[in-house]
Write a protein that binds this ligand. Structure first.
Ligand SMILES: Nc1ncnc2c1ncn2[C@@H]1O[C@H](COP(=O)(O)OP(=O)(O)OP(=O)(O)O)[C@@H](O)[C@H]1O
Ligand SMILES: [Mg+2]
Length: 266
């Protein structure tokens, strides 16, 4: 029984009890990241501290090379900080090994990238289902979740389409559905509109705002001010540090903006 108690205490010890930290989905404390490249050492993050609460929608901006993707990869448990602390829903991520991290990532986080990374010979539904293959849920439940996720991004009627039979915006929506299929609490998106025209970008922001309204926490990198405005809060990185952290005032609704933009197709 001693052993059980000990194990429980250890788990408790990795949790944080302060109330603000409890409600913070993401808490980053003085994180540094060095990349070693042969003789040279790149100091990509230089003391980043930030908290993101449940239900926030954060845009991350900053010049090329300022550390945005490095930051996102750490948030997404794809990489580890060189020093500092990262608490994800109160869990100290650095206390876990690679396998445990992969599990946490799979359960808590959905990732969307600039390139949609869909499998070409695979339908929208099958692409969406992919991340569930690594979990223990049964075939029927997997199918059900994929159908649900496609419906969430407004693509219920495109389930049997292959990527080549869809527009760029639709392909990115499939990528978002795929990121949501394991029902994560956080969506991380690194330049999700980087390959899209402006109307389609606003469409994707509409999808993000709807998901955020339903309670999903979103952190998104973008280079474009008009896109960042759809978020509730903007962080600006410079030289590996957060230089600005401001709420967005007079945030536009993507659905409204879309009405003012010319349509290309339909
Ligand atoms: N795997 C790596 N190995 C070595 N250096 C890296 C690696 N990844 C990034 N860097 C360096 O770290 C710094 C931050 O890179 P990062 O990719 O985070 O920038 P970014 O803000 O996402 O830029 P961009 O807007 O161009 O995507 C850069 O100087 C970059 O060259
Ligand atoms: Mg980047």
């Amino acid at each position: 029984m001693q052993i059980t108690n000990h194990a429980t205490n250890q788990t408790e010890a990795t949790r944080v009890s302060a109330t603000s930290a409890e409600s913070a989905v993401i808490r980053v404390e003085d994180v540094h990241k060095y990349y070693e490249l042969g003789e040279t050492r790149v100091h990509a993050l230089r003391g980043v501290s930030v908290e993101v609460q449940r239900g926030e929608f954060v845009a991350v901006m900053g010049a090329s090379g300022s550390g945005k993707s490095t930051f996102m990869n750490i948030l997404g448990c794809l990489d580890r900080p060189s020093s500092g602390r990262y608490l994800l829903e109160g869990v100290d991520v650095l206390q876990h090994d690679k396998r445990a991290l992969a599990l946490i990532r799979n359960q808590k986080i959905g990732f969307v990238f600039q390139g949609f990374n869909l499998l070409a010979r695979t339908t929208a539904l099958e692409n969406t289902e992919l991340p569930t293959l690594y979990s223990k849920i049964g075939k029927e439940e997997r199918h059900k979740r994929a159908v649900e996720a496609l419906a969430l991004v407004g693509l219920a009627d495109r389930a049997e389409h292959f990527p080549a039979q869809m527009s760029g915006g639709q392909q990115q929506r499939v990528a978002v559905a795929r990121a949501l299929v394991n029902r994560p609490s956080i969506l991380l998106a690194d330049e999700p509109t980087g390959n899209l025209d402006s109307r389609t970008s606003v469409e994707i922001m509409g999808v993000f705002q709807d998901l955020n309204d339903k309670g999903l926490t979103i952190v998104m990198v973008t280079h474009e001010h008009d896109i960042a405005e759809f978020a509730k809060r903007v962080l600006v990185f410079r030289d590996g540090k957060i230089r600005k952290d401001e709420p967005v005032r007079g945030r536009p609704r993507a659905a409204e903006v879309l009405k003012t933009l010319p349509t290309l197709e339909d």
